[in-house]
Design a protein around this ligand. Structure first.
Ligand code: PLP
Length: 447
């Protein structure tokens, strides 16, 4: 494959691996399941990572605008989290403690209460679920059904909530649903997300009319589940008005409000929770991805106290509460959320991102900006075009992916800690890649 030149020296500063460890992928094609996915888009062997950069076995460095699908909001190998984790391991700190009381869990919970929940007036309890986001979603759906004694869950077009059967039933994507092999993905009613039927369709009014009508055929819902910004579904960002409307309709119909902040949370939209400026109080909030701060598996469900009707061990699991993740999550919160200084950096960074993406969008006819905060992208109106742009960008040293129903949105998910210089450089690569691809396909170019 023809590669463009490596980055300018300023981006390359720091140690660069020069030894070629392996360029042979045969072990992966021979032994790794066909289910593998991201590696097919980024065909190289990565050996190290730091901050916003990843390095492959050939010593080539890449800017990471994917951030482990947003499990690395604070970048790769944050030195303070790494040191705390190394110290914990070196001191024979508990590595696995089931859900027993440990000093690390206590310190994480105290920090989360003091710096995240209490300042936001949130009285939620923290349930340690299995370590992936989908397990926190399963717990939320089960709990909502237990609390209300109802089965039906209202989920939204383009929503993505995970790959286990309950969460997958709430997920819209046809390709992902096919993975269920025909198993029933039931007890969910799908409704249009804000804007899904065009700007002139009032989806709140439609939803309310359907639920108010006792003959609409929709069973009384246990819960509404939704993402404030649909990460996998095309970076559709709901307005505060719409989110408040959903909360009002949920309350009116005795349903719980589940706000899935697995992808949009932990600072991604500019505040710790993606909904915190919207004036809503979700009953249940699944969290995962960047909660550990370090890319370690760790998920939790935040629960309003009056909804916390679990009996002990009713949602059990061997890996509930990852002790190593408690260590890094505590450091992440102390380091980035002790005061407003980190959050204040995010709006300037989001503005820079938006400006860069506007230039990218201007190259493609009909292209449109999507998302908010540091979760933005460009809808280029074609999955093939988006894939070509991402592939070209990767050749130039940028890791970037697509989202949306047709994979038509090129999405930038850079670590929140990305320096302005690296952000600018990554955006320039994206711009060059887009220009090259549309120049080769003149019909796609904007006038
Ligand atoms: C909004 C949302 N919910 C749930 C999940 C599932 O999380 P996990 O992949 O950790 O199971 C994801 C993953 O992308 C997500 O984006």
């Amino acid at each position: 494959m023809q590669r463009s030149p490596l980055f300018p020296q300023m981006i390359l500063e720091g140690p660069v691996m020069t030894s070629v460890k392996t360029a042979d992928f045969s072990i992966f094609s021979r032994r790794e399941s066909e289910a593998r996915s991201y590696c097919r888009s980024f065909e190289t062997t990565f050996v190290s990572a730091s901050g916003s950069m990843m390095t492959d076995a050939n010593g080539r460095r890449y800017i990471d605008f994917l951030s482990g699908c947003l499990s690395l909001n604070y970048g790769h190998n944050d030195p303070d989290m790494k040191q705390a984790l190394v110290d914990h391991i070196t001191a024979d700190g508990v590595a696995h403690g089931l859900d027993m009381y440990t000093d690390t869990k206590a310190r994480f919970l105290e920090t989360f209460e003091r710096l995240i929940l209490a300042p936001r007036g949130m009285d939620h309890r923290v349930m340690m679920t299995g370590p992936t986001g989908t397990n926190a979603v399963e717990a939320a759906i089960k709990l909502a059904r237990k609390v209300t004694g109802r089965r039906n869950v209202i989920a939204f077009t383009n929503g993505f909530h995970g790959m286990t059967l309950g969460a997958l039933a709430c997920t819209g994507n046809a390709g992902k649903r096919d993975g269920a092999g025909g198993a029933a993905l039931s007890d969910v009613t799908r409704m249009p997300y804000e804007g899904a039927l065009g700007d002139d369709v009032d989806t709140l009014a439609m939803l309310e009319a359907m639920l108010d009508n006792p003959s609409s055929g929709i069973d009384a819902p246990a819960a509404f589940i939704l993402e404030p910004v649909q990460g996998e579904g095309g970076l559709n960002a709901a307005s505060g008005n719409w989110m408040r409307g959903i909360e009002r309709i949920a309350r009116k119909h005795g349903a719980l409000l589940i706000v899935d902040d697995i992808q949009a949370g932990c600072g991604r939209t500019g505040t710790f929770f993606s909904f915190e400026d919207m004036g809503i109080t979700p009953d249940l909030i699944p969290m995962a991805k960047s909660l550990s701060g370090f890319g370690l598996p760790f998920a939790a469900l935040l629960i309003r106290p009056e909804r916390d009707i679990w009996k002990p061990a009713e949602h059990n699991g061997t890996f509930r509460g990852n002790t190593h993740a408690f260590v890094t999550a505590r450091v992440a919160i102390e380091k980035f959320w002790s005061d407003n200084s980190f959050a204040e950096t995010l709006s300037a960074k989001a503005a820079m991102l938006e400006e860069g993406l506007r230039t990218v969008a201007s190259l493609v006819e009909g292209a449109e900006l999507k998302g908010r905060g540091l979760m933005q992208g460009v809808d280029v109106r074609s999955g093939d075009l988006a894939a070509e742009i991402c592939a070209r960008a990767f050749d130039k040293g940028l890791i970037i992916e697509t989202s949306g129903a047709y994979d038509e949105v090129v999405k930038v998910l850079a670590p929140l800690t990305t320096s302005d210089e690296v952000m600018r450089h990554g955006l320039n690569i994206l711009l060059d890649a887009t220009r090259e691809v549309v120049t080769a396909k003149p019909a796609m170019a904007a006038e």
